[in-house]
Design a protein around this ligand. Structure first.
Ligand code: FE
Length: 233
């Protein structure tokens, strides 16, 4: 199979929250789609290893908050590359609750939908959860984030538990001879062609020229955790 065929599939980028009784968590997901219009239903694909998976199964409800294109990498990294078993991801994030009482993420999001679980489909590593939309609203008129934008403009990667994760994802096309550096903690690739706009690093800045105080925009690891990308040496 030519895996490049799969890279042509379009996705958005979402934060899925779930839980009950003061035990809540959220995670990034890129596999969400509307199934039917009447009644309005959606489906999401969630890895069984993820903390949120168990919360959806037990609470039978979840919220999908649609990320804005302008969402910074450290915000996406908080929900995408850290586990709710280790940190309270929602502690310092602006949220509100609606019909389902599940936190709705109000920062860096453009809209949300609240869902009550109806069906689930066991798909091996993942479960597809299908549910009825019970409420939803628009938060801002900013552009929603697409997965392509996250990968190509922001330099984002898939965590190992994403449905679309591919070991050794091919590097995004880039020009220049300066080496790219990979975060050994989360897989983020610092591309000198792109720089790091979230941290005020201009395009064209070599990794070696980054200030020592610079940290991975996704997981917060310091420069010492980065390794030169072997394929481009
Ligand atoms: Fe990192």
């Amino acid at each position: 199979m030519n895996r490049a065929a799969l890279h042509k599939i379009s996705y958005g980028l979402y934060i899925v929250t779930s839980g009950q009784d003061d035990k809540f968590n959220g995670q990034v997901a890129n596999s969400m789609f509307q199934v039917t219009s009447n009644p309005a239903t959606v489906a999401i694909s969630i890895n069984k290893e993820n903390y949120t998976h168990g919360l959806i199964k037990s609470s039978r409800k979840f919220v999908v908050s649609i990320l804005a294109e302008a969402a910074p990498m450290n915000f996406i990294g908080l929900f995408g590359f850290k586990s709710g078993r280790d940190v309270n991801k929602l502690q310092n994030v602006k949220t509100k609750t609606g019909m389902t009482k599940v936190p709705i993420v109000l920062e860096n999001t453009v809209s949300y939908i609240e869902v009550e679980l109806e069906k689930e489909l066991d798909c091996g590593t993942h479960t597809i959860f299908v549910g009825n939309i019970v409420d939803g609203d628009v938060i801002s008129n900013e552009e929603p984030m697409t997965y392509a934008y996250y990968q190509q403009v922001k330099g984002g990667k898939s965590p190992k538990t994403a449905p679309t994760y591919v070991k050794d994802e091919p590097a995004a096309a880039s020009v220049g001879i300066a080496a790219r550096y990979v975060c050994s903690v989360c897989g983020y690739v610092y591309d000198p062609v792109l720089g790091d706009s979230d941290s005020g690093i201009a395009p064209g800045t070599k990794f070696e020229d980054l200030p020592e105080s610079w940290t991975c925009p996704v997981c917060g690891a310091d420069k010492s955790k980065f390794e030169k990308e072997q394929s481009r040496v």
